[in-house]
Design a binder for this molecule. Structure first.
Ligand code: FES
Ligand SMILES: [Fe+2]
Length: 326
């Protein structure tokens, strides 16, 4: 087992489910950051993410707990808890137990996905989850794309990889030719690692026998180590979201979602075509996963001269999300 010498408890936003997996009134079990967690959706549609164990006698709310209005009710003795984890009713007493609180987490729903904020010191979110459609300030919105979930997504569970690997992919110009089998070397036009939300843009120029010289590129927005969204231009219009969420100290879940642009003259077959195009994008991402899932973190890495600056900036940026030593 290759335990990366990097903390598996970084600070940031992490995808824990797709929205469609947690309907109104549903209680969804999950394990992240070494904790048993639940996500549940109240009658008014709001999502809550909290620790799974009832603060009364420790029943797991994901096994038989149910939602009533804006509360989750424990299956053991009927205590009721709100989305902030506060006890609001002990059914056989006149007052709730104000002293007990189930740990709850800031949560955001965006781009068909549910995100939880994780910070081992309990700090409030200090950056936002980027929006894969509006985050590029080009006037596009979700309506311009086919939905991603479920057909144009993948979820690979408990892989031995660290979130930082995926982020390093963004500055790794040399892997395209070998991992993605494309005869190109991207040219970086932006590597901005000044803030918790970082930006990487690159252009790709190549000769296509049919179409001649093609200019295209990718823009990426990375928010912490858990979220990367991309926009492609000059080729198939697509947006992607890659999300890596630590499960425990050895493994992570990887989710990847692809949205294909709707053509201006929509024909009945185009949704099936979009799914096909998305599969091609997913296949490229799977090729990366195949490397990451077996990679050993190299520190210090044996970089070439051309690689040095990008990796140095990225690793310096990544370090801010790790808990500082006690
Ligand atoms: S353990 Fe939850 S109400 Fe008793
Ligand atoms: Fe890649």
């Amino acid at each position: 087992m290759a335990i990366p010498p990097l903390s598996m408890k970084p600070t940031g936003w992490f995808q824990v489910a797709w929205s469609a997996e947690v309907g109104i009134g549903a209680v969804h079990r999950m394990k992240y950051f070494g904790r048993e967690l639940i996500a549940w959706r109240s009658a008014d549609g709001r999502i809550a993410v909290m620790d799974a164990y009832c603060e009364h006698l420790g029943a797991h709310l994901g096994y038989g707990g149910h939602v009533e209005g804006d509360r989750i009710v424990c299956p053991f003795h009927g205590w009721e808890w709100n989305r902030d984890g506060r006890n609001v009713c002990v059914p056989y007493e006149n007052h709730p137990n104000k002293g007990r609180r189930i740990r709850s987490y800031p949560v955001v729903e965006r781009n068909e996905s549910i995100w939880m904020w994780h910070d081992i010191d309990g700090r409030a979110p200090y950056f936002d989850v980027p929006d894969v459609f509006t985050g590029f300030d080009d006037g596009r919105s979700a309506a311009d794309y086919y939905p991603a979930y479920p057909d144009s997504t993948i979820h690979r569970e408990r892989l031995e990889l660290h979130p930082q690997y995926i982020m390093e992919n963004g500055v790794d110009f040399a892997h395209f030719k070998y991992v993605h089998q494309v005869p190109i070397t991207p040219v970086f036009t932006r590597q901005d690692f000044d803030e918790p939300v970082s930006y990487v843009d690159f252009t790709i120029a190549f000769d296509d026998t049919a179409a001649g010289e093609i200019n295209s590129g990718v823009q990426a927005v990375n928010a912490g180590l858990g979220v990367a969204v991309t926009k492609s231009w000059g080729m198939i219009d697509n947006r992607t979201l890659s999300a890596v969420t630590p499960v425990d100290d050895e493994t992570s879940d990887v989710r990847f979602s692809v949205w294909i642009g709707r053509p201006a003259d929509e024909r009945p077959t185009s949704e099936a075509k979009a799914r096909q195009l998305a599969q091609a994008v997913i296949a490229q991402f799977e090729a990366d996963i195949h490397i990451w899932a077996h990679q050993r973190y190299s520190d210090p890495p044996g970089l070439s001269q051309k690689e040095f600056e990008g990796f140095k900036a990225l690793r310096h940026w990544a370090a801010q999300f790790y808990p500082t030593a006690p």
